[in-house]
Write a protein of this length. Structure first.
Length: 381
């Protein structure tokens, strides 16, 4: 059995606090940013539509000085667009998203939404917490996945925008009631998206509870750095020596196994399509990788290069794991099979039931904090 990442530390340096956004949620932490200069309109909000009950949904736009544009909506705290220049300066949307709210309400299959209260799977939709069995929504056969039937992706979040000298941000907040989808505790959640002039999109997650509970938050963004087509030619590197094997329902067995001599060995760059046909079970990648280093510290998770456009995506996270998913369910409407990849930074699937995995338990007075950074650059031909 391999050594697993340590639990997330409760105390952070000032630099880590800036990354994690552990200062005031009402404004940028002192020393992390200052007022924005004139010229560039860094952030703006507009009406995106309304829900069937009449509640309005806004669309928020963030801009960097170097051409990256990010759009997010209140429903699900969802990324609808990340427009990134290629090596020639031509922009394309590199995340799957729909142009209208109506498309999401009709079941758009690739929403880049916040997933919670617990991302990924929980075996038999139950776990034991402090000696008491907790039963949560079973929405994947007998199992639980991605927060339940509605989850956080189906919630209307409250948004606040703000700007700094070299960045702009949207802070989304949500309250999840005790017993919602079966989870104990009233949970107060914030997710802050910050775009800076280094073309880094930082996602900071924070949560507090009034009762012991489990929390595992991520964003289910579907990326395609070419902007269209399949992702077989994308060159992927994952900074992990091990993964957590799953059963036929893709739920971890509790084992941690080396990636050596498997199609999961992305320690050096490989094209996503190079070995995808070798995967047994799912029709593509849908695997949790055990990231190197200590959980709770911001460190490399993955790097992806699309050689034709020259676009590069670098992912760093404080989470212990990352789920690689290659859009195995896409069917051509509107995207082709394997038309995107996901890098879902996370605690491990079924960790409430597997004691040797990093614990997802959150208690009163011990806030949940997590950060993931997606940085966009280009390489020369």
């Amino acid at each position: 059995m391999s050594t697993l990442p340590a639990a997330v530390p409760q105390h952070f340096t000032r630099r880590e606090a800036c990354v994690l956004g552990l200062g005031s949620l009402a404004g940028l932490m002192a020393g992390c940013a200052t007022d924005s200069p004139g010229g560039l309109v860094r952030v703006e909000s507009s009406q995106f539509g309304q829900l069937t009950d009449g509640r309005p949904v806004q669309l928020h736009t963030l801009r960097s000085r170097h051409g990256v544009v990010v759009r997010l909506m209140d429903l699900g705290a969802t990324l609808t667009e990340i427009s990134v220049p290629d090596r020639q300066g031509a922009a394309a949307n590199v995340v799957c998203g729909a142009p209208t709210l109506d498309a999401y309400l009709k079941g758009f299959p690739a929403g880049a939404s916040v997933i919670g209260r617990f991302a990924n799977r929980i075996r038999n939709a139950r776990f034991t917490l402090d000696g008491r069995e907790v039963r949560v929504t079973a929405n994947a056969g007998p199992h639980h996945i991605h927060g339940g039937r509605e989850g956080f992706a189906g919630k209307l979040w409250t948004a606040k925008t703000r700007t700094g000298r070299r960045e702009a941000a949207v802070e989304f907040s949500l309250r999840s009631a005790d017993g919602e989808e079966g989870f104990p505790g009233n949970l107060a959640v914030t997710v802050t998206y910050t775009l800076n002039d280094a073309n880094e999109l930082t996602l900071r997650y924070a949560a507090t509870t009034d009762r012991p509970t489990v929390v595992n938050l991520t964003n289910h963004a579907y990326f395609n750095l070419a902007g269209s087509g399949d992702v077989y030619g994308h060159e992927l590197q994952i900074f992990a020596d091990e993964f957590t094997p799953g059963d036929r329902d893709l739920i971890p067995t509790g084992e941690v196994r080396s990636v050596t001599a498997t199609p999961l060995d992305f320690r050096t760059p490989h094209r996503i399509g190079e070995r995808i046909r070798q995967i047994e079970g799912p029709s593509g990648y849908d695997h949790n990788f055990v990231l190197r280093g200590m959980a709770g510290t911001l460190r490399p998770a993955a790097r992806v290069v699309e050689p034709v456009s020259g676009r590069v995506l670098e992912c760093r996270t404080t989470e212990p794991g990352v789920q690689l998913y290659t859009a195995n369910h896409f069917n051509g409407r509107p995207y082709p099979k394997h038309g995107a990849f996901c890098l879902e930074t996370q605690h491990f699937p079924d960790s409430p039931n597997i004691g040797q995995f990093p614990s997802p338990v959150v208690r009163p007075g011990q806030p949940y904090a997590s950060a993931t950074v997606f940085k966009f650059t280009t390489i020369r031909a």
